[in-house]
Design a protein around this ligand. Structure first.
Ligand code: HEM
Length: 425
């Protein structure tokens, strides 16, 4: 029986023995959600490997240690990366116990050697050929969304008008989902973010559980329809791979890959665009530098990915007793990799706090992970965000942030970016 995509716990974790304990830290604290860096930096410098009691995870903050974890998948399994962080209530668990809620672990949450077997097919789908064929679509939709934004006049919410819809549309066309379903898919992904990385109330868990079930059933119907009527898209390519090599790629794995990618392929890109605009528009000279020389957009984006990453935390679970930075960690311990802290580690980056679009080594950030699960879409995400920023700097160089607006990221342990960003021009 293959490993399920999400493991659902209804009981709390037991603290591991022998680990130093922090009684207050959780990435869901208000202060951390508002600005994770002061607390992340403090943890990294004072208690680099520590069990955070309110989270139930050992938190790892230094770049070297985070890399050690990523590079040792036999000791640090990724089986928990798509699981709800906290135990879910019995009513929600009962809904998700439906016989047909059966996605299997396939990419980020699958272990070797199966992960490598599956990745050879997903990697092929991300070849330059298919990504490149999307470039005209990315350009056209960016222009159209900017047209609508401008027509509506300032002030406008650049997230609702551009950063939210565009990455979803792009990856859904890549995969073959029909345009008519874009909005529904984006909504389900917001539920999925809350389900796997947030802390929904019991009432919310029940509502979300119904939607997760509907979402998975939708993916299954979509896959079955593509099997009947294939197109020139990633879903059809995977199905053809399955037909040709059923023993190497099962049908359920194809369905589960589509379920996985329908989230991974856009949610962090939306956040990256929001973080980029927030950082660059707050620094007029930087924005102007990009308007004057679009060649600098790539470097600026890399610094955003380091300095204010859309993905600031990720997870692992130990498969055996081990030691990290001198701290004993027993088998079965949940580990929280604090990517925000590692991306600001002064052992890795000189003077890490200032935002510097010319920083030479921003690319050494850990935001896309490392090792066998290194983000499959890293190149694609960078490319898409670069195209969007190049077009924006050319079309609306006078773009600016509306002053004194609240910053309201959705509270969760892994993803970070503005839900709303008001701009004028
Ligand atoms: C700025 C945007 C993005 C960030 C910060 C990001 C970050 C990450 C991270 C940290 C991982 C590592 C997971 C692990 O080691 O367990 C990962 C894996 C993955 N990402 Fe991304 N991602 C981004 C965009 C994308 C896009 C656009 C796609 C697809 C088009 C994508 C697809 C994937 C897939 C399929 C995996 C799993 C790879 C595997 O386990 O073999 N990501 N991503």
């Amino acid at each position: 029986m293959p490993d399920p995509y999400h493991h659902l716990r209804t009981a709390p974790e037991r603290p591991p023995s022998g680990c130093p304990i922090d009684h207050s830290f959780t990435p869901l604290m208000d202060a951390y959600v508002a600005d994770p860096y002061p607390l992340a930096n403090e943890l990294r410098e004072e208690r680099p490997v520590v069990y955070a009691e309110p989270l139930g995870f050992v938190v790892v903050t230094r770049m070297d240690d985070v890399q050690e974890v990523f590079l040792n998948p036999d000791v640090y399994s990724s089986a928990n990366v798509q699981d709800p962080v906290f135990p879910i209530c019995e009513e929600a668990a009962a809904i998700l116990a439906a016989d047909d809620f059966d996605p299997v672990a396939v990419m980020s949450n699958r272990q070797e050697p199966d992960h490598g077997r599956i990745r050879q097919f997903t990697k092929k789908g991300f070849s330059n050929r298919r990504s490149k064929t999307l470039e005209p679509y990315i350009r056209r939709r960016t222009d159209e969304l900017i047209d609508d934004l401008v027509a509506g006049g300032p002030p406008a919410d650049v997230i609702a008008g551009l950063a939210y819809p565009l990455p979803g549309e792009v990856i859904f066309r890549f995969m073959g989902f029909p345009e008519a379903d874009d909005e529904q898919l984006k909504e389900w992904c917001a539920d999925r973010l809350a389900f796997s990385w947030g802390q929904p109330s019991q009432e919310e868990q029940v509502a979300i559980a119904h939607k997760m079930l509907a979402y998975w059933r939708y993916v299954r119907e979509f896959t079955a329809a593509k099997r009947e009527d294939p197109g020139d898209d990633f879903a059809s390519e995977l199905l053809a791979d399955h037909e040709a090599n059923p023993e190497l790629l099962s049908y359920r794995e194809v369905e589960s890959i589509l379920y996985g990618l329908s989230f991974a392929g856009h949610e962090p890109v939306t956040l990256l665009l929001g973080n980029a605009l927030r950082a660059l528009l707050a620094r007029r000279d930087d924005w102007q530098a990009l308007c004057d020389d679009p060649e600098r957009v790539g470097g600026a984006l890399e610094e955003v990915i380091r300095w204010d990453s859309p993905q600031i935390g990720w997870r692992r679970i130990t498969t055996r007793d081990t030691t990290l930075a001198g701290v004993d960690i027993p088998a079965g311990t949940q580990v929280f990799l604090n990517l925000a802290a590692a991306n600001h580690d002064p052992r890795q980056f000189d003077d890490p706090e200032p935002f510097d679009i010319d920083r030479a080594d921003s690319r050494n950030n850990i935001s896309f992970g490392k090792g066998n699960h290194y983000c499959l879409g890293a190149k694609f995400a960078r490319f898409e965000a670069r195209v969007v920023l190049e077009i924006l700097t050319r079309r609306i160089p006078t773009l600016e942030l509306v002053p004194d607006q609240p910053f309201d990221p959705f509270p969760n342990i892994s993803f970070r970016g503005p839900s709303r960003l008001l701009v004028s021009w």
